[in-house]
Design a protein around this ligand. Structure first.
Ligand code: UDH
Ligand code: NGS
Length: 286
């Protein structure tokens, strides 16, 4: 026999429990189990990657030594997810590879192309790389058959993206991820250093490839399917319409603007557990 007050509190307790179950309410704050930084998991899952982000197959010698160059500023979360997905992927492909994150120091307009050149110039000082894969931080391949390797021709690797419904938006697109042998990257004198802000530097690289008498290749769009992390346009990387005019002057500029004219100051080298970060001052637009 329970008293009327106890009866009311029992009824209230049952009602509260019912509401919690019905509306899926939890007393544990949801962020306490959602915010796990993928870098922690990536470090845990990739013990064979050496400090600074280099890995190579244990029982054979790879023919290609691959530097993966990532232009970077203020995209930590994307980088951590990229490392989480890509280290296992690259190891399964038995790659002999190193990850270089090239961070633009300061607030001036972003220059993706110049950061790529810095990545090349710094990576060759570290190891005898013969293949260079220049990749955005936000693109993840979906099929292990998509080989992160160089080919006989410069290779475009971001032509089958979810954001374009896995179709090529225009024939000469050469953005997102490209792979060059050392010989070919030197032949085109790298990217131009003069594309500040968003747009066009990849189109200009395509023109350089043509001007050097080379052509590009793409693997089948089925195996090249890739996901792009959704994001807003970054501050400091606004579209620069002036870049459009420079694309078709690639041939006349190619020898003087690129690796041959590259100038920058290294602010810091940091060997992280799964990558090497090089922070650089690359100047600002004239
Ligand atoms: N990047 C940075 N930080 C920046 C800008 C660019 O790290 O502030 C790097 C990063 O590797 C990125 C790459 O440069 O993946 C290319 O830049 P992006 O991702 O901004 O270029 P994308 O063409 O997207 O992929 C343009 C913005 C589209 C916004 C659309 C909103 N719906
Ligand atoms: C073109 C840009 C390229 C860019 C491509 C795809 O318009 O740099 O769109 O961009 N060329 C110029 O601006 C001249 S995307 O839709 O992936 O953001 O790569």
């Amino acid at each position: 026999n329970i008293g009327p007050i106890k009866k009311v509190s029992l009824r209230t307790a049952i009602l509260v429990i019912f509401i919690f179950i019905k509306f899926n309410i939890s007393l544990i704050p949801s962020d306490s189990y959602c915010i796990i930084d993928p870098i922690e998991e990536a470090i845990f899952q990739n013990p064979d990657v050496s400090f600074g982000g280099h890995s190579k197959p244990k029982n054979c010698t790879a023919l290609q030594r691959i530097a993966i160059i990532i232009p970077f500023r203020n995209r930590e979360t994307h980088l951590h997810y990229w490392l989480f997905y890509m280290h296992p992927f690259l190891q399964k492909q038995q790659g002999d590879y190193g990850i270089y994150v090239i961070e633009q120091h300061g607030e001036s307009k972003f220059n993706r192309a110049k950061l790529m050149n810095v990545g090349y110039a710094e990576a060759v000082k570290d190891y005898d790389y013969n293949c260079f894969i220049f990749s955005d931080v936000d693109i993840i391949p979906l099929d292990l058959q998509n080989l992160y390797r160089c080919s006989k021709k410069p290779k475009h690797m971001a032509h089958s993206l979810d954001k374009f419904n896995f179709r090529l938006p225009y024939k000469n697109l050469f953005g997102g991820i490209v792979a060059f042998t050392k010989e070919h990257y030197l032949k085109v004198n790298g990217f131009s250093n003069t594309f500040w802000g968003w747009g066009g530097e990849d189109d200009e690289l395509f023109q350089r490839v043509k001007a050097a008498g080379l052509s590009i290749e793409r693997a089948s769009s089925n195996i090249s399917r890739a996901r792009v992390f959704k994001h807003k346009r970054d501050r400091g990387n606004e579209r620069n319409l002036q870049n459009v005019h420079m694309i078709y002057k690639a041939k006349s500029r190619m020898n003087d603007d690129g690796l041959s004219s590259l100038k920058y100051t290294v602010i810091s080298f940091t060997k992280h557990r799964l990558y090497k970060k090089i922070t650089v001052d690359i100047g600002s637009p004239p």
